[in-house]
Design a protein around this ligand. Structure first.
Ligand SMILES: Nc1ncnc2c1ncn2[C@@H]1O[C@H](COP(=O)(O)OP(=O)(O)OP(=O)(O)O)[C@@H](O)[C@H]1O
Length: 324
């Protein structure tokens, strides 16, 4: 749905040049929630703003739903942008307009007739659970309600893609949870592809199917969350599952096992090989709706004597690391 190739954007300033995006390739598949995770200054906003050409890249191509954005005229770009919604950290609502008025704004720009517009606004406010606040001004709305208005407005042009620029960073944890749940729901109900940027691992854990980790203008790791968890050197896995250094135990095999699902693999292995598996430590998370965990196990005896049990673990787990 979104293809980014060789993207570069450098800001030139008196203090020197800043390569905000220094060569990025990314593919976001249709219907997925894709998160770009990184610290402040990593280049995430610049990357996102290039995807709807609010920022003109210095080099590289961006294709959204098969359309190469760089090749479009200003008029072509305006049309393409209607198919790419965007929501913002600080909501960017017009304070002089009600919730309904804010949602109506892009429809007015599109030239939709008044009667049809009123119906569409009601439908959009319904979609985000805010019909009863249609007449409220932004100053009368909570942060979560403002973001719901922002989401309704972003969906006005029936976009296929929604860009989210730190949409929950200004919200408290409970409200963050409800906005993330809404985004997930819209993703599933409307088949909406969502590309979001965030500095919060929690956002990735809650709704992302795929993730890219960005640092100093480049992507250091990218892919579906469950595939990244299977990579032994994954920074995502290290960020999600935090275990301390393994203890030193005599005559035991210590093994870290990444599992998805209900973790029944561990009891299967214990039963099949009649081995007294102990769980020394563990971290279990719900990721994009599914369970995943990193469990640190101790099996009595050496790795060689546990070869059969280890091979069953390798066959059933996402990743297995045996400590020397
Ligand atoms: N308009 C601009 N002019 C000059 N430098 C800029 C501009 N926008 C961003 N930068 C610089 O580019 C780098 C990347 O910024 P960007 O905002 O894309 O990062 P970010 O990961 O989104 O961080 P944050 O979450 O703090 O916005 C930073 O060093 C920033 O100072």
């Amino acid at each position: 749905m979104i293809r980014i190739n060789g993207l570069r954007k450098t800001y030139r300033g008196r203090g020197g040049d800043v390569a905000a995006v220094a060569g990025v390739d990314l593919t976001v598949r249709a219907g997925e929630v894709f998160g770009v995770l990184g610290r402040s200054g990593a280049g995430k906003s610049t990357l996102l703003r290039c995807v709807n050409m609010l920022e003109r890249p210095d080099a590289g191509t961006i294709t959204v739903d098969g359309v190469d954005l760089a090749g479009l005229s200003e008029t072509g770009l305006r049309t393409a942008r209607q198919r790419i919604g965007m929501i913002h950290q600080h909501f960017a609502l017009l304070s002089s307009r009600t919730a309904a008025g804010n949602v109506a704004f892009p429809l007015e720009v599109m030239g939709m007739p008044r009667r049809q517009r009123a119906d569409r606004v009601a439908e959009l406010l319904d979609l985000v659970g805010l019909r009863d606040r249609a007449g409220a001004y932004p100053a009368q709305l909570s942060g979560g309600q403002k973001q719901r208005v922002g989401i309704a407005r972003a969906l006005a042009g029936e976009p296929k893609v929604l860009l989210s620029d730190e949409a929950t960073s200004a919200l408290d944890p409970d409200t963050t949870g409800s906005i993330l749940a809404l985004l997930r729901d819209l993703n599933q109900r409307l088949g909406l592809t969502i590309l979001l940027i965030t500095h919060e691992m929690e956002v990735v854990k809650r709704i992302c199917d795929s993730v890219a980790i960005m640092s100093d203008g480049v992507i250091t790791e990218a892919g579906p969350v469950h595939e990244l968890l299977a990579r032994p050197d994954s920074a995502l896995a290290r960020g999600i599952f935090r275990l301390g250094p393994p203890p030193v135990l005599d005559d035991a095999t210590i093994v870290d096992v990444t599992v998805v699902g209900d973790g029944s693999l561990i009891s299967d292995v214990a039963r099949t090989h009649d081995v007294d598996v102990r769980i020394l430590d563990g971290s279990v998370e719900t990721l994009a709706g599914g369970r995943a965990g990193l469990l640190r196990l101790a099996l009595p005896g050496s790795p060689a004597s546990n070869a059969a049990a280890l091979s069953q673990l390798r066959a059933g787990a996402v990743a297995v690391e045996v400590h020397p």
